[in-house]
Design a protein around this ligand. Structure first.
Ligand SMILES: Cc1ncc(COP(=O)(O)O)c(C=O)c1O
Length: 479
């Protein structure tokens, strides 16, 4: 007798297709142990894959695609620009979209910024920040300032100096031996949920962190410090962690006291992600930095672009002597990148997308809390935190409590299992591990960062698939 036909779910079918795609040969040295599925077209938040599937991108790639794919205004701007000027080198010629975009960015600071320089992405922006800050003290005749202070559990990019500047244990591993320990130093993260002591108030925690920074200045020699560097909201390490109230004000006060620069990395958190154009406006005590990096949401993925914004003080220090940015790359201020970024920023304004972020963000939060943290939610015993703001939310799981004996992931990271299951169900989310302790060895976080034009229905769809995936994994791996 023929065996009874087995029914196969869509997710299982998708898993089989993904496995087939992953096994196909590739000449790319990929960043994943498998060949990722190939995207063939995209529209808005939906991406079509080579196997015909349509997936919903709930994380904008890596918090990049802030208005989704294929926006007609950006396509039009790019086409017009390619017809006008596709490339000029910025040591010979400037170009219209670069001038207009710089003007736009400087004005967004309401007086916080005076000048801006362009680069091709986040790591380049942070490299540019490091060099600009050093150049500032070189030009202002304080050459003894050679030290940067950043934070543990941070990420500022994947080049050697940005890896040295930040402290992301996992990403440093193969490069430890060639990282710079002489000029880059670290203080504690501002991560209250993990590191605020039980008997400490928020003010006391902030004061402890302020004192630690001041002690580090004193240890290094206060007049040797170039600046303190922090992500306004920490992204790819701890998973959407904002600082306690008053933290940035306190850290800036130490920088001001010793004449060092206060530097913010808003590569991920900036350009609207938190519901304000600059994250420091809503999540940084309103304290404007001396230098700031932006990238991802600037070009929204339509082109590779980042920018370094600087205050009047820094601009004047540079202008006083050299007057030029002693830092360059061939594709700085690329006309197509600038035209794309300018069009993206105009769309954000004309379609009132920050207003949408401020509506859909809290809705996403409320659904996540209800479905993951309410007393009868199956995942609740393992959810350590739901946090974030605007269109950027992190969900941290904890498997160290006695409840954890109920599950056994057999050596696999829960966050990555959920990420894979979501993809099988046609949803892209981002899983991260290692953000819960200073050694980078513990932690399961998932990140959602949909486009700013996400709809209410899409928010509901994201949460449905996300929670379903979490619950399935918890059930399948029950001990
Ligand atoms: C805060 C922060 N800085 C810098 C970077 C590096 O940006 P990129 O990947 O564009 O080089 C990232 C990337 O995730 C980031 O989150």
């Amino acid at each position: 007798m023929a065996p009874a036909p087995t029914t196969i779910t869509d997710a299982e079918q998708n898993a089989q297709e993904t496995a087939k795609a992953a096994a196909r040969p590739t000449s790319i040295l990929h960043r994943t142990p498998w060949r990722p599925p190939v995207a063939t077209s995209a529209e808005g938040m939906y991406i079509y894959l080579e196997d015909g599937r349509k997936v919903l991108d709930a994380v904008g790639g890596a918090a990049v695609a802030c208005i989704g794919n294929g926006h007609p205004e950006v396509k039009k701007a790019l086409k017009e620009q390619v017809d006008k000027v596709s490339y000029v080198y910025n040591m010979q010629l400037s170009n219209e979209p670069a001038e207009e975009l710089a003007d736009f960015l400087v004005k967004t600071g309401n007086g916080a910024f005076e000048l801006c320089g362009f680069v091709s992405g986040g790591s380049e922006a942070m490299e540019g920040v490091i060099k600009l800050a050093r150049q500032y003290f070189y030009e202002t005749k304080q050459p003894q300032r050679t030290n940067f202070i950043a934070r543990q559990l941070s990420f500022h990019g994947n080049t050697l100096s940005t890896l040295s500047l930040a402290c992301h244990p996992g990403r440093r591993v193969p490069y430890e031996a060639v990282l710079n320990r002489e000029n880059f130093h670290h203080v504690s993260p501002a991560y209250a949920k993990r590191f605020q002591k039980p008997d400490e108030t928020e003010e006391q925690y902030v004061e402890r962190l302020r004192q630690e920074l001041e002690d580090k200045f004193l240890e290094l020699g206060p007049d040797t410090v170039i600046g303190f560097v922090a992500e306004t909201v920490v992204g790819a390490t701890t998973g959407v962690v904002s600082a306690p109230k008053g933290y940035f004000k306190a850290m800036k006060s130490v920088c001001d006291k010793y004449g060092a620069l206060f530097i913010l990395d808003e590569v991920m958190s900036g350009m609207g992600r938190m519901g304000t154009l600059h994250a420091w406006e809503s999540f940084g005590d309103g304290v404007a930095p001396d230098i700031q990096a932006v990238a991802k949401g600037l070009g929204g993925g339509y082109a590779s672009i980042g920018a370094v914004l600087m205050s009047k003080k820094v601009a004047e220090g540079i202008r006083g002597t050299g007057g030029i940015w002693k830092h360059g790359h061939t594709y700085q201020a690329h006309p197509l990148s600038c035209a794309a970024a300018l069009a993206v920023q105009k769309v954000i304004i004309s379609e009132s997308l920050l207003e949408n972020v401020r509506v859909q963000g809290p809705y996403l939060e409320s659904l996540l809390r209800e479905r993951l943290q309410s007393p009868n939610a199956p995942a609740a015993p393992f959810v350590f935190d739901v946090r974030g703001g605007g269109a950027w939310w992190g969900i941290e799981f904890d498997f160290t409590s006695p409840e954890a004996a109920r599950v056994d992931f057999r050596g696999q990271a829960f966050a990555m299992l959920v990420q894979a299951r979501c993809l099988e169900k046609n949803l892209i989310v981002m899983g991260m591990t290692g953000g819960s302790n200073l050694e980078g060895t513990v932690g399961d976080h998932l990140m959602l960062s949909p486009a700013y034009n996400v709809t209410k229905e899409q928010v509901e769809q994201i949460v449905d698939i996300f929670v379903e995936s979490i619950e399935e994994i918890l059930k399948e791996y029950a001990a």
